[in-house]
Design a protein. Sequence first.
Length: 184
Amino acid sequence: MIDPSLGARITFWIVAAMVVGGAVLTVTRRNPVASVMSLVATFFGLAACYAMLSAHFLAALQVLLYPGAIMVLFIFVVMVLNRDEVEPIAWRGLVTKLIGAAAILYLVVKLAAYLFLITPARTLPPPPEFGTVENVGALLFTDDLFAFEAVSPPAGTGGAHPRLTSRSFEPRAQRLTWSPSTTS
């Protein structure tokens, strides 16, 4: 495990800023492609957080599953829908911006107070088998088998969503129109 030195703290704050910044950009972007790419950056930041916690298997799963597979599906849906371009940021008026800025300031103050006033619950490094493929696999297929299998149907139906959203709602007869002027 990484010792709580100055370099580790600086790395944590950089990665945490990346995660929070990516999350904020995800919800404030009006362009769906920019929003999805911000979500990918957030997922990579979460993988870096897992790696800093010595959970390298979870970090690898985070990189492979979310940006590698699920986000490709989201980008496919966004590209298939092909909506018109919109403004880059979704904020409208001055009042909305002030409320958002006050909420962010409140969140930062509360989070900073929480982070600087607590003492760590665990100072010992994790056991050597923590986060290994063998340990995670044993947990998934014994204690957490129901939760692992319960996720399968929603994940499987995610593949049908782009196909259903890309279909045109016009009847086939209206799409295949014929006119005599095009045959000459």
